[in-house]
Write a protein that binds this ligand. Sequence first.
Ligand SMILES: [Zn+2]
Length: 298
Amino acid sequence: VTHLAAARYIGRFAPSPTGPLHLGSLVTAVASFLHARLHHGQWLIRVEDIDHTRSLSKVAEQHIRDLSLLGMHSDAAVVRQSQRQTYYRQALSQLERLGVLYGCQCSRQERANQEGRGGCCLCFGKNLSLANHALRIHLGAPAVQEQLTACQTFYDEKMGRFTQDLSTQVGDFVLRRADGAISYQLAVVVDDAQQQITHVVRGADLLDNTPRQILLQRLLQLPTPSYAHIALVLAADGKKLSKQNGASALQVNTPQQRLTCLLEAAAHLHLNLPQNGSINTLDQFWHAATLAAALTTQ
Ligand SMILES: [Zn+2]
């Protein structure tokens, strides 16, 4: 771990193993990989399988294999959220000691109705036990109020200044479900800190999750990385490209297929690659893509 501690830049790509790698996830992977290369940094893969069962570990293996075939290798052992429950529980205890959590027994339907409405849920003030209920963070708690100004506005490297009023636009959010499952918001904060991530490059669908994550970082006294959210690849229906709206699995079995995938991802990132036929190998691609990325960020 000592060599990681010395690095000035540690980035990561964190796929969810919900289906095979498709163009949308590849674009994010390439963006974060190039960003790390430009900064002479390290690049890590983390499998975000917190919501998923072990049966999906084959999918995660496939992601790692596909990325590696495309020339993207993790600079440290791949971390899986499903194996890190102890750390998430420690973070919850830390938040409990700050007096910012309350138990919640809202049904799935009630939770869905409250989504994005702001405020607290009906369970606030009922003093439900923290042990066997879902847990929410109370944005009105004094320890949270102290941090709100510092986390509701942040500067994103790609999207610019972003502001969100957590109390009215998000409300008290769930950190642990009643069945014990840890929320993505908490897991990602704990993992980014433990992997000493300095730069997060990820899809723009997570832009509005960032103030929540900065809040948790501040409450847990963890550093806030720098953020760059990149435009998503959209499907024909205008939504984020996903398995549900027809994203097909990347074909990476032959060298030509690999090059085709990478060139398509580079086009989505508006990288100005030479069109003179000089890119015929993975090495040539990564060399040209790194140069092009350096020019676009100037
Ligand atoms: Zn509730």
